[in-house]
Write a protein that binds this ligand. Structure first.
Ligand SMILES: O=C(O)c1ccc[n+]([C@@H]2O[C@H](COP(=O)([O-])O)[C@@H](O)[C@H]2O)c1
Ligand SMILES: Cc1cc2nc[nH]c2cc1C
Length: 338
């Protein structure tokens, strides 16, 4: 149980690395498969990365989990979204009833979907003038994400729902990577020009209010000041996946903002994660650049819910199926190059 921020940081300090021997064995296997060397392109890199985290030169990818986290944001009262805050709870109902995009995409991806919503009737503090969460609230949110990860999963995806959370993600990205509010705010759910101006002002005010914490540079404390419950839950879930050596596909701008806490806190802290897609939210590309990640898909999605990551799952399945299922030149009686 995380009682203090330090409890969570202790888990970060103990992050395991990928299995270098499994990666080497997988590379050897890959080199002997019935295809011209390198002909499966990035699918080969994906298979080696996956093998290194699953600790096997011939891994399986059977059990995929998608966990959706929902949260309410105090800053939403500033009119920073195109939609009203009550949509968050209403969409949680839709996820549970099976009617959202992610329900369909999870089915296509062969994934089990879990839904986690906490304190939707108790918004976080308005980051423009106060900390989003107390230490106790942050720890509860980190814990909810930590506990949500199925230890039996082979692959983990987190999605989110939270009206106002692109404002929060912009504040976090600005705090971690600099550049000011204008660099990181975008239209989110489709906010109009006056709304976009309110959003930029809210992020500027948040950066000003929390300047001391940003300057001090503790990423988990910055998450407490500028984050949200679903964002912190995603951070906690990505950390748990790392401890369990479960590979992760990241989703959109908010997902990557949550993940960037780990990248800021630990060298190589996101080595177990890849970017599923690049969202239409312009700042997502900037954030992916900052994280040095190349997205698998660019479909112009700007939905969240884990949708872009879910759409990328079949690509990873394809990579692992080829790697683990193909015959070698010797097994198939196919002549290798001289
Ligand atoms: O994933 C993304 O990149 C993304 C981009 C724009 C919007 N969203 C979703 O839209 C909501 C946040 O948008 P907003 O305008 O309320 O800040 C939240 O529920 C997200 O899941 C998600
Ligand atoms: C309807 C709706 C669905 C969403 N799913 C993720 N974010 C969302 C925002 C809105 C407004």
């Amino acid at each position: 149980m995380f009682k203090t921020i330090e409890d969570f940081k202790a888990e970060l300090a103990g992050f395991p690395s990928a299995d270098a021997a499994a990666r080497q064995a997988a590379a050897l296997r890959n080199a002997g498969l019935t295809k011209p060397a390198g002909a499966l392109g990035r699918l080969e890199d994906l298979a080696l990365w996956y093998a290194s985290w699953r600790g096997s030169d011939r891994p399986v990818l059977d059990r995929v989990q998608i966990a959706i986290f929902a949260g309410s944001h105090g800053v939403a009262a500033r009119g920073v979204s195109a939609y009203p805050p009550e949509v968050t709870a209403q969409m949680v109902g839709n996820f549970r009833a099976g009617g959202a995009a992610i329900n369909q995409l999870a089915q296509v991806a062969g994934a089990r979907l879990t839904v986690h919503a906490a304190d939707l009737d108790r918004p976080t503090g308005d980051i423009a003038e106060a900390a989003a969460m107390s230490e106790a609230d942050l720890c509860a949110a980190l814990q909810s994400g930590w506990d949500a990860v199925d230890p039996e999963a082979d692959l983990f995806v987190a999605g989110e729902m939270g009206i106002g959370n692109t404002t929060v993600a912009a504040a976090l990205a600005a705090a971690f990577y600099g550049g000011g509010a204008g660099t990181w705010v975008g239209r989110g759910t489709g906010v109009d020009d006056p709304g976009l101006a309110r959003k930029a002002a809210a992020v500027e005010a948040a950066l000003d209010t929390h300047a001391a914490a940003i300057e001090a540079g503790d990423p988990v404390e910055i998450l407490r000041c500028l984050g949200g419950r679903e964002v912190a839950a995603m951070t906690g879930a990505y950390a748990r996946a790392r401890v369990l050596r479960i590979p992760v596909i990241l989703d959109g701008f908010i997902s990557c903002a949550a993940a960037s806490v780990l990248s800021q806190a630990v060298w190589g802290g996101l080595d177990h994660a890849i970017a599923g897609h690049c969202s239409a939210e312009a700042a997502h590309l900037r954030l992916l650049d900052a994280l040095k990640m190349e997205p698998l898909l660019r479909l112009g999605l700007r939905l969240g819910e884990g949708s872009g990551a879910a759409a990328a799952v079949p690509i990873l399945r394809a990579a692992v199926a080829c790697h683990s299922g193909m015959a070698s030149f010797g097994e198939a009686g196919v002549s290798d190059r001289d």
